[in-house]
Design a protein around this ligand. Sequence first.
Ligand SMILES: [Cu+2]
Length: 541
Amino acid sequence: MNRAIPGAGPARRAGTLLAVALAAVVATATVAGPSAADRREGTGRAARAAKPGPDGIVRRPLEPPAPRPGARLLRFRHGPIEVKPGQNNIDFTAGRVAKPPVDGWVVGITPDLKFRSGRVPRVDVVHLHHGVWLNMSRRDATVPSLPERFFAAGEEKTIMRLPRGYGYRYRTSDRWVINYMLHNLTSNTYRLYLTYDIEFIPDGSPAARDVTEARPLWMDVENGKIYPVFDVLRGQGRDGRVTYPDDYRDPYGNRPPANTWTVDRDGVLLATAGHLHPGGLHTELWLRRPGATPTKAAAGAAQGDGRVRLFRSVARYYEPAGPVSWDLSMTATPADWRVGVRAGDELSTSVTYETRRASWYESMGIMVLWMADGSGPDPYRRRVDAPGKVTHGPLPENRNHGGERTRMPDPRRLPDGPAVDQVDSVEFAYVPGGFDLGDPLAPPVVRQGESLRFVNRDAPLDNGIWHTITSCRAPCNRSTGIAYPLADGPVVFDSGELGVAGPPTANRLSWETPKDLPPGTYTFFCRIHPSMRGAFRVVPG
Ligand SMILES: [Cu+2]
């Protein structure tokens, strides 16, 4: 396989970046000639992307909105980050993270992941699993043992914008760190930049006088975990959908409910939007006021248990195959959304996934919420829940959906392969039984009642190359893209990420197939590197 594509040159010094940012009103990113990798695996320029693509959808690169009066746009980037072959690890920035050069107010942030040329890598090549911007100079409101989490982005790239009159207080003495997970779906190396365009009102601007301080509240169905995930299995729940944590049995065990936070002082909620993963349908924000009963006017969104829904952030899928890929935008609260809350109110969040199409492993449900001092409509007297709006349309980096015919064989038609008890994943291939290779290896055979052991031999390399064995519906031999393959095998199995490195790995290098599999040919893929395909066959014992 193709390895090691050299990327861009050395990082610009932070000082230079700050100077560039200060001068920028609507500046353009530093543009260098695109490298071979940029051209092949990145998105094109805005003008070219404005025509409908092969999927019939007009896709435009993400652009920050025009700044409001008194605000300016500061364009920052962090990098270059060397993204190693196959990596899917959690990392923190070392050293200085570029920030505004003067005190003021952050009122909006537009995130992205880019090559040095400004092109954006295709989501089926490398993607921003997540980035979390931390302010080390303050404590987090909902998990005080953590630094303040004030912004997050996943591949949906939702643009954060506070309503007019509110801002996130920024001081040059604040220390920022970015926690990021960049997922390289290939065996190549890339050099990339995390970018964040900040809509900023400097203290020197007259507009700064009218800004009220807003604070971020991190709401999360698994709040407090460094890798806050849960699994959704195909067929789980009712009517093809399941909600976490509501529909799960004992999701938190002995822990306090991680999705709930008790409001610490009276105030007003200002804005929120959800983060979820492919397969996700929506996230919801709820409020329960001990002892209170919603009036009829508020009851439209009330649950039987006395909670009222404050907002539902809906995943709008552009993906032609449906709710199965990152080709989506989340709706955010409208600019006039306000909710008055009181100390003692219980805020909670939940997330709903579809369960007809596939299983969705390591899924998330997060809502970063903004709150200020002041008052707003009482959600127990009036319905505050309102339809949201997406913050951007379809993006060009999601254009490769996959699912086209290939020359890969149908593993069900291949003769029996060797009788073995172990399959290795090595150099991005399953051996034996990997049928994505030019010279297909027939599926290894295992007797009914016995199991086949899978061992990941790539795990210790580079930043960790962690493979999975995840069932997909046979023949599972179509082209790789953001919507193919899916974890949609008729028999649901998944090994977890085989590696020994803490989250997101399963903390083991091997996995064994269930012993009770009925005879047949089973196809599988790697969720982390979906071009890897394999098969094995169970024969009567
Ligand atoms: Cu893999």
